[in-house]
Design a protein around this ligand. Structure first.
Ligand SMILES: NC(=O)c1ccc[n+]([C@@H]2O[C@H](COP(=O)([O-])OP(=O)(O)OC[C@H]3O[C@@H](n4cnc5c(N)ncnc54)[C@H](OP(=O)(O)O)[C@@H]3O)[C@@H](O)[C@H]2O)c1
Length: 277
C-alpha cells in the first residue's frame, strides 16, 4: 500500500501530498469512495460545504476503520459563510455533518472580492484555529493581490492556497509568489477536470509508455515533482490506486520540457475576481 509523503505547512503541521477530491460525489457515493480510498492508502480527503457531501465523508471516515488522527480532512466555507458570525456557524455546521470535533484544514472557498468580507472571515479563521477547531487554515482561489491584502491586514499567513492547476494551467507566477511567502500550493482539477481532454494529449501517452505508467500518473507525477499538494477525484477503486502510485518514478528535465507544450499560458483557467461562490 502506498502512502503519500507529508509536506510541511508554515504552522508546522503536515499535509499528505496527494488526497482524494470529492466534488461532485453525493453522500452515498462519497462514503463508499472514502472507505475505498483509505483502504488504498489515502489519508487526505477534500470536501466543502458547497459539495453537499460532508455527511457522506463523515460516514466514510467512521466506516474506514482508521483512527481519526491518521486522517487529514479539509473543508471549505463558501460565500454564504463569509463574515464573522457566519464563519463560526459555518464551521460548526461542517463539524456536525462530518461528525468531527476539528478539521485539519479550513479554507475560504473563494475570495469574492465584490463582497469585501474575506479579511473579516480570515480573522475569524485565526480564532477558530486558536480554539483548535481547525488545525490549519488557508484559502482557495486567492490571487496574489488577495493574499497581499490578507497578509497586510491580519496576523496569520495562510498555510495553503488551493487553486486550479495542471500542466495546462500552470500558474507559475502564482506558485512563485506562494513559495516566497511560505504558502503551500494545492492543485485542484489536477487532471484537467471532467471532460477537459487533458489526459488524451499525445505527449502524455508517449511519456506514459516511456515510464511504464498511465497518462494520469504522468500528470500527477508532474504535480508531485513540482512540490504541489494535489487532490485528484475518482470514485473508481482501480483509479484511486493508480493515482496514488506516483512516488516510484521521476520525470527527467527532457520530459518536463516536453510536457510544457500543454501549457495554455498565464491567462488560462478561471479568474476569481470575476467568478466564485
Ligand atoms: N477549491 C475549488 O474551488 C475547487 C474547484 C474544483 C474542484 N475542487 C476539488 O478538486 C478535486 C479534483 O478536481 P476535479 O474533480 O474538478 O477534477 P480532476 O480530479 O482533475 O479530474 C476528475 C476527472 O478525472 C477522471 N479520472 C480520475 N482518475 C483518472 C484516471 N486514473 N484515469 C482516467 N481518468 C481519471 C475522473 O473520472 P472518474 O470519476 O470517472 O474516474 C473525472 O472525470 C474536486 O473533486 C474537489 O475536491 C476544488
Amino acid at each position: 500500500m502506498t502512502l503519500a509523503p507529508l509536506i510541511e505547512l508554515n504552522d508546522g503541521n503536515g499535509i499528505p501530498q496527494l488526497g482524494l477530491g470529492t466534488w461532485p460525489l453525493d453522500d452515498e457515493q462519497v462514503a463508499a469512495a472514502v472507505v475505498q480510498a483509505v483502504e488504498a492508502g489515502y489519508r487526505h480527503i477534500d470536501t466543502a460545504v458547497k459539495y453537499g457531501n460532508e455527511r457522506g465523508v463523515g460516514n466514510g471516515i467512521r466506516a474506514s476503520g482508521v483512527d481519526r488522527s491518521e486522517l487529514f480532512i479539509t473543508t471549505k466555507l463558501d460565500g454564504e459563510f463569509q463574515g464573522h458570525d457566519r464563519a463560526v456557524a459555518g464551521l460548526e455546521g461542517s463539524l456536525k455533518r462530518l461528525g468531527l470535533d476539528y478539521v485539519d484544514l479550513l479554507l475560504i472557498h473563494w475570495p469574492l472580492p465584490g463582497r469585501d468580507q474575506y479579511v473579516s472571515t480570515w480573522q475569524t479563521f485565526e480564532r477558530l484555529q486558536a480554539e483548535g477547531k481547525a488545525r490549519s487554515i488557508g484559502v482557495s482561489n486567492f490571487k496574489p493581490a488577495h493574499l497581499e491584502r490578507l497578509m497586510a491586514e491580519t496576523d496569520v499567513v495562510p498555510a495553503v492556497n488551493q487553486i486550479q492547476l495542471s500542466p495546462a494551467i500552470t500558474r507559475t507566477a502564482e506558485r512563485e509568489f506562494h513559495s516566497r511567502h511560505g504558502i503551500v500550493t494545492e492543485s485542484y482539477s489536477p487532471l484537467g477536470g471532467s471532460g477537459a481532454g487533458l489526459l488524451s494529449a499525445p505527449v502524455l501517452s508517449q511519456l506514459a509508455e516511456k515510464h511504464g505508467k498511465t497518462p494520469s500518473q504522468l500528470v500527477l507525477r508532474w504535480h508531485v515533482q513540482n512540490g504541489l499538494v494535489t487532490i485528484p477525484r475518482t470514485s473508481s477503486p482501480g483509479r484511486m490506486a493508480e493515482n496514488l502510485d506516483v512516488f516510484d518514478f521521476a520525470l527527467d528535465p527532457q520530459d518536463l520540457a516536453e510536457l510544457s507544450v500543454l501549457d495554455e499560458g498565464p491567462e488560462a483557467g478561471n479568474d476569481s475576481d470575476r467568478t466564485g461562490h
